[in-house]
Design a binder for this molecule. Sequence first.
Ligand SMILES: [Zn+2]
Length: 275
Amino acid sequence: MLLFYLLIFFFGTFIGSFLNVLIDRPARGETVFWGSSHCEECNHKLVWNDLIPLWSYLRLGGRCRYCRSPIPFWLPLVETVTGLLFVLATYIFGLTSSNLSMIDMAIWLYRYMAISLLIVIFFSDLKYHLIYDQIVYTATGITLLYHLFCFFMPNILPITHYPLPITNYFFSAFLSAAFFYLLYALGPKIFHQDTMGLGDVKLAFLMGLLLGYPKIIIALYLAFLTGALVGVILILVKKAERKSQIAFGPFLVGATFVVGFFGEGIWEAAMTLFY
Ligand SMILES: [Zn+2]
């Protein structure tokens, strides 16, 4: 079983190195699919040997083989995060290496894709304050397909795959997007500064579609709580002057992961606190 999780981790780091391309190239105005990888500093073309996730970074001591300039730590970070989240999802949602049907494989493909796209949103917003429409739309599209598939073919799915009625996900998506649209529209009028971008509105829709109610409420609560906390800390240490300078996407995505992976546990813990 350890070997199996190790394989999943390496699979994740390989996907992660592709996610780095998705995160960085649009922000630099480069095309994603054409054009080979090259060093940021010396522009030297990188060969397969320089591009093995994590391994190349560690073996080269975090420096370019050709010009010895440091490789941005983001690259191994995204690879590691992707590997770890793939392992976590595999563990929590219980993929076993044997007896996989076509349906199971399709569901796992969907899960790994959704996780990957959320990672791209997290880091593109963190690094560049950009949430790419194409990424959010793709994630929303495949999640919509997943729900429709589960709705129209309920009998071939194990019940654990689909705990809520489909309308729950749609209502959650529309309501959380409407809430963020209000913040986006009213922010400049009430707080005299931008509170949210349209990217956050689209991301909120995706979150509702992914999590459903009540998980969406816990996730939004968690995102605002951690966002405010980090905002205050950054202002205190003078890293930021106003909260609006801090991208909110990473908090939304982070909360989606925490609640998506551990949601039932968090909800039950909260309920035992209240009753
Ligand atoms: Zn170089």
